[in-house]
Write a protein that binds this ligand. Structure first.
Ligand code: ADP
Length: 260
């Protein structure tokens, strides 16, 4: 025999247990959905570059003659670029996971700003379309800052790659650097396809890609990661954009100025 009170308690416990079970089921479903999305993204994103790598590797094997050295080198370059591209995608996915589980260790060090800028521009130069160019300041040579170097590289390379990817031939990408009151400001300005106004509110959401960007390759996670890292480090990212005219991304980070 149990009292009404005991019965009520029993019902309450059952209802709670059921709610917990539902919640964990939902979590499992969310996780599965994420996995499916991940797999379809990976297979889609990896197929084309892997095909290119295979083709180049096969051709290198065929170009055996001494005078075909140029061709061999061209295909080696192609392979290097495509492997780097795939490596970037994998790193992005790993970043998402680490950001999600809070397992990011930031490492601060002092380094010349020009080192990162030159490296990022050098890598982006390999991806340029015909007649595209990147304008960047040369006068920051001996400027030393304190920040997480890898993160700064990730942020700038994501934004510059996007600028290159979402702009046409014969366009210029401007990288501007400004320093004021311990805040370093980067502007990445392109003359590309821009972001449709009604989609602008979504572009930092993971996996989101605007309608007019779907012809280009991409995963929709770069900007999401960039924003999370910047916010973790006390910085921020904003943008302005006009469809068909271009976009400007503005990054602000707090740095210790070691030059004064
Ligand atoms: P991805 O480039 O891999 O799709 P991102 O997270 O870097 O992913 O960008 C998300 C979306 O924001 C892109 O798919 C595109 O629609 C838009 N976008 C980002 N940068 C630009 C840019 N410079 N010009 C136009 N659209 C952009």
């Amino acid at each position: 025999h149990c009292t009404i009170e005991e019965l009520k308690q029993e019902v309450k416990l059952r209802v709670e247990a059921e709610a917990r079970a539902k919640e964990s089921l939902q979590k499992e479903r969310d996780l599965n959905e994420l996995k499916t999305k991940f797999l379809s993204l990976v297979s889609h994103e990896f197929k084309t570059p892997l095909g290119g790598i295979l083709t180049s590797a096969t051709l290198i094997g065929k170009y055996k003659k001494e005078e075909q050295q140029d061709k061999r080198e061209k295909h080696l370059d192609t392979i290097k670029n495509k492997v780097k591209y795939l490596d970037n995608i994998l790193n992005d996915f790993l970043s998402v996971e680490r950001l999600e589980t809070g397992k990011v260790n930031y490492r601060f060090s002092q380094f010349p700003l020009s080192k990162v800028v030159n490296e990022v521009v050098y890598n982006a130069n390999m991806l340029l379309k015909d007649g595209q160019r990147i304008n960047y300041p040369q006068e920051i040579d001996d400027y030393v800052i304190e920040f997480d170097e890898k993160i700064l590289e990730l942020v700038l390379s994501n934004l510059i790659h996007n600028a290159v990817k979402y702009s046409g031939e014969n366009t210029t990408i401007d990288l501007q650097v400004d320093f004021e009151n311990d805040i370093l400001t980067f502007k990445i300005i392109d003359q590309g396809i821009g972001i449709p106004e009604k989609e602008q509110q979504f572009i930092f959401k993971r996996y989101f890609r605007a309608e007019n960007a779907l012809l280009d390759q991409g995963t929709g996670i770069g900007l999401n990661i960039v924003k999370s890292h910047l916010e973790n480090l006390g910085g921020n990212i904003t943008f302005t954009s006009k469809e068909g005219q271009g976009s400007t991304f503005i990054v602000k980070i707090p740095v210790n100025n070691n030059n004064s």
